[in-house]
Write a protein that binds this ligand. Structure first.
Ligand SMILES: CC(C)(COP(=O)(O)OP(=O)(O)OC[C@H]1O[C@@H](n2cnc3c(N)ncnc32)[C@H](O)[C@@H]1OP(=O)(O)O)[C@@H](O)C(=O)NCCC(=O)NCCS
Length: 160
């Protein structure tokens, strides 16, 4: 990826004022990822239910929230990575994953809808592998990052 395509991105914990924008990004990502026959069932207020009891971070570029990641920290499980379609393929998704990986204890896992082939290709491109290849549970596949060291060490908080 060329340097000029990488925007300046800051990842920080989400604040209440971010939630409407996060819901918009979540909805547009779901519409992008799902087949037409499911698109009509998604609503803007699904986001609050989706991230209830999860930690949520946002990526900010040009003063605007352009992506989000949510995780269940005790379970070591990343649940959602969504980037504004206008900001995709510019390193934001990778940056969000790196940020949250650095805050989870290995083994770090994530779930992805089995039919979301684009997202699965993204995860596999950036080093994630299916825990049990070919196994789909409740329409989802489970991925694991084998090495926490593969996450960006610069993101790792200093040892206590
Ligand atoms: C999947 C998603 C989060 C990726 O975010 P992104 O910001 O576009 O990804 P990045 O720009 O950080 O990509 C990092 C690398 O993965 C590659 N990549 C991105 N999308 C890819 C895809 N669909 N297939 C293969 N590789 C992909 C990039 O080219 C880049 O590679 P490089 O570093 O070798 O140049 C984003 O496309 C998205 O929000 N999709 C809709 C919502 C969704 O499906 N989320 C997942 C739900 S589990």
């Amino acid at each position: 990826m060329s340097v000029e395509r990488r925007p300046q991105v800051v990842v920080r914990p989400a604040e209440p004022a971010d939630l409407t924008r996060c819901a918009e990004i979540f909805l547009s990502g779901r519409l992008q990822a799902k087949p037409d026959d499911e698109a009509g069932i998604f609503r803007l207020d699904d986001f609050a239910d989706e991230v209830a009891d999860q930690d949520l971070w946002v990526a900010v570029a040009d003063g605007r929230v352009v992506g989000l990641v949510s995780a269940d920290i005790p379970a070591g499980l990343i649940r959602n990575v969504f980037v504004d379609p206008a900001w995709q393929k510019r390193g934001v998704g990778y940056r969000l994953l790196s940020h949250v990986c650095a805050r989870l204890r290995p083994p770090i896992r994530l779930i992805c809808a089995a039919r979301n082939h684009a997202a699965r290709a993204f995860y596999e491109h950036v080093g994630w592998r299916e825990v049990t290849p070919g196994v789909v549970r409740d329409g989802h596949v489970l991925y694991q990052h084998m090495s926490a060291a593969a996450c960006d060490e610069l993101e790792r908080p200093p040892a206590a």
